[in-house]
Write a protein that binds this ligand. Structure first.
Ligand code: MTE
Length: 321
């Protein structure tokens, strides 16, 4: 019997035409400025078959959103996650979300809009130029990361649907599929995961409809295929795997606020002066950069994004935390 001393090359197990069409396709993806959902689905299948990383998402760096701070490593950003639909341990999402089917995908936009619409990922990817923005993410648990996100301002999407005069809040609903999401079978939160912003917060240019990170489409554990990123608020406001965006007249109920209103307010702006009952908010540990025994960083008001201060003028942010 012949014993092979090396694993077979793809060309030995895959017909030549298929190998070549894959190569053409990968080349096409590399040079294209806008990826389509069909292209992405094929790329993901390809990546899966090759046991490699997922598809690249072409983007242009936005110079307004660069940071001099060191970026968190891809490994840390994709293995230390909060995504309770896949478990409550930081390692659970990377372990359990691998097979989550994030393509094809549609998002429903409804409520106080003149043109309710269901958009598929293809449309979302083409709606506005994809930018890379390096944002800090500050979790209420006292840690932070610096991540190059890919997407565009949520306002581009909201402008498409023509809001009615009664639209004052925007509610974001995450996918809820207990068959695919083991954590969604538990009662740790009320499902689906729901978060919300005031309309002016949602329209602020910083609020990012996020489709990728580190030059690639979002990995499942980080909220594929689309999530929010609101960098001046605690991480839990940034809902993952969004299936519905609803414009409302009244302030929506949100998952963490329902679970524990004393600990999680509606606004949840990063604020070093308002401690969470269990965790000080005055300082933070940067994941990957500092060891557990190292000096912590001071947390900045609005996570350092002072340009949003005007949204809250006249408000008592200690009461409206
Ligand atoms: N979205 C959903 N659907 N479910 C979640 O459990 N966790 C939130 C937020 N979005 C969460 C979610 C919390 S607490 C944080 S800190 C961030 O996602 C973490 O994002 P990351 O894993 O990409 O760092």
């Amino acid at each position: 019997m012949l014993i092979k001393s090396r694993p077979p090359f793809a060309s030995e197990i895959t017909p030549r035409e298929i190998v070549e069409s894959r190569r053409d396709f990968m080349r096409h993806l590399a040079v294209g400025s806008v990826a389509s959902a069909a292209v992405i689905e094929m790329a993901q299948r390809e990546a899966f078959a090759q046991n490699s990383t997922i598809a690249r998402l072409p983007a242009t760096a936005n110079p307004a959103y660069v940071l001099s701070e060191k970026k968190t490593s891809y490994k840390d950003a994709t293995t230390y996650n909060n995504y309770y639909e896949f478990g409550t341990d930081k390692a659970d999402p990377a372990e359990n979300a691998g097979k989550f089917k994030s393509h094809p995908w549609t998002v429903r936009i409804e409520g106080e809009v003149k043109k309710p619409v269901t958009l598929d990922l293809d449309k979302l990817l083409k709606l506005a130029p994809i930018e890379e923005r390096v944002y800090r993410l500050r979790c209420v648990e006292g840690w932070s990361m610096v991540i190059p996100w890919l997407g565009y301002s949520l306002s581009h999407l909201l402008k498409q649907v023509e809001l009615t005069g009664d639209a004052r809040y925007v509610e974001f609903t995450s996918a809820n599929d207990p068959q695919q999401m083991p954590g969604a079978r538990s009662r740790v939160l009320q499902w689906p995961y729901v978060e919300a912003l005031r309309l002016d917060e949602a329209m602020h240019p910083l609020t990012l409809l996020t489709l990728g990170m580190y030059g690639e489409l979002l990995p499942n554990q980080n909220g594929a295929p689309l999530r929010l990123m609101v960098p001046w608020k605690y991480g839990f406001k940034s809902a993952k795997a969004i299936v519905k965006i609803r414009l409302t007249k009244d302030q929506p109920r949100t998952s963490w606020n329902v679970a524990n209103p004393a600990e999680y307010g509606f606004y949840s702006n990063v604020n070093p002066e308002v401690d969470h009952p269990r965790w000080s908010q005055a300082s933070e540990r940067r994941i990957g950069e500092d060891g557990f025994l190292s000096r912590k960083r001071k947390t900045l008001m609005f996570n350092g994004y002072s340009e949003v201060a005007g949204l809250y003028s006249g408000m008592d942010l200690k009461k409206l935390f």
